[in-house]
Design a protein around this ligand. Sequence first.
Ligand code: 7RM
Length: 648
Amino acid sequence: MASENADGTYSPSEEYRKRTYIDSYAKYEEMYRKSIEEPEEFWTEQAENLDWYSKGWKKVFDWNKKASTFTWFKGGKLNACYNCLDRHVEGGLKNTAALIFEADEPGNSRVYTYGLLLSEVEKFANVLKSKGVKKGDRVAVYLPMIPELAITVLACARIGAVHSVVFSGFSTDSLFNRVQDSDSKVLVTCDGSYRGGKTLDMKGKVNEMLERETSVDSVIVVKHTGKDVVMEDGRDFWWHEEMSKADLKCPCEQMDAEDPFFILYTSGSTGKPKGVLHTVGGYMLGVTITFKYAFDYRPGETHWCTADLGWITGHSYVLYGPLSNGATTLMFEGVPNYPDNGRFWEIVENWKVDIFYTAPTAIRMMRKSGDEWVRKHDVSSLKVLGSVGEPIDSSVWKWYYEVVGNGRCPIADTYWQTETGSHIILPLPGAWNQKPGSAMKPFFGIEPVILNEDKTPTPVGQDGRLCIKKPWPSCARTLWGDHEKYKETYWNPYPGYYFSGDGARQDSDGDIWITGRVDDVISVAGHRIGAAEVEAALIAHPAVSEAAVVPIPDEMKGEAIYGFVTLKNGFEDSEELRNDLVKQVRNEVGPIATPKTIQIAEELPKTRSGKIVRRMLRKIASGSDFRSMDASTLVDPGVLDDLVKGRR
Ligand code: 7RM
């Protein structure tokens, strides 16, 4: 078992090095250099990872800085569905598992081979066509994590329709806004969904939405839970009835590399969600090669990314990345703690999962429930672990590494965003020693620059804003219907650079540490303190499960620190414990970061993708009116009331 080196890093084991594609820093550096110094050659070579109908691009990359527009491989023709399915069926994977579906209830699974998945996709593509869907039309998809969700988006890709997946946990209003903004004529949904043994309604929410005037003409409904639903004649159609009538063969549309591929809405710091638009060629190239290198995917391996397809992580690493590589991808409908806290590990054991990719929030939950749940299962099939969505605190990293990975599996702490399409900063798992908590090095073609607010480069070791010099292939091209906002948000704040909205610093080894969204910086007496740092100190305390730290106004210091903490099982709120936590932060971060207040809470407010909503905590902590806030993005808006009651 590989353990911590004297400098706090972790080396990949000899066994792991045999598996990895890039087995040394020198090899990475050589490829990275080429990607920056000779980008045309580099990306032309990388484009070989995809199958093209025509490589007829005149320029690999073309950038109009002023307009904030750019193209990659424009004039090249390809189809994403062909790259995910047909080429593998033709290449000998016809009877290999493409998609393993694991249902909410254990024991209910289904496996789609590449051959079967292709035939389902071809049929459904014909169903979409029969509803009038043509190349460029938008299709809204409101489905839980069931195979029909994968089939629907691949069918869209096949005929060149632009899919817009709306997370199934979103409310009627959120669905309405997204459907209207994208002007979708067809909506694919289902009767209901399962989550943790409960049945949730979906068609009822859709019907409620359709009571309003919308762009939707046809609704296709998957029968999943079998509950009674109200169907409207002429508008609503059952999936299974349409599929039984559909033609079996459907050719792929030859798409330009720069044709719109899909829209995915993401929330910014302001109210209205932004429709991030990706294009076919650059996005597919980005997810295909990052999947291969970030997880060292080897043919025959089973990959499980726990993200929902309603988020970019699901798009890129449940679906397009793995399938483009011919991998077996696992799709899970359920939750980590049903029927018990060992559910994830049971699935890993049953399907002998090789690559496991999840979010720190899930890892903290596993850690809280206790090591015995992992130990109950044989998880020795795991080869590499992944983390995404938030900075992973080093104590949580170590738990993941030691308890889940048993000291054998490197952790790919992949930093990226909806807008970046694919990983942009990550520790390549076999190429160098890993630093717990650091996303480390840029992926090929990515030139990170850390800037001060005044746009000068930030010195080593100091916090600044993470920007990227020049667009890369899978960078979002625009915001649907609002190119001005796209410019304003990403390209205008630091002219000539893409602005990520995240804070970061580079250490003396050149490794990058993401400190979180820049709005999470607290300024205490003129000192900039990353909320994440204080949180890391709190999480390192044995009693703490999760922590979120926000600024509150302070007469003397400008801002003071207010910490919300949830406890592990077996610990209780007490003055002594709270004092102890304050002491912990003083010791770990320094007296300057001493929290003014610690509030122990049952639950923190989280979005459905597991991100803690600090914006709301900030309002609660400072006693301002939190009721004016839009709580619809929260999993459980009820937690806000408890937090207000518990305010200190
Ligand atoms: C993939 C995804 C993007 C935001 C991003 C960061 C945070 C994501 C990491 C991370 C630290 C990571 N897309 N983030 N990954 N922070 N380390 N490895 O999550 O659009 O939903 O969110 O998530 O703040 O800006 S997203």
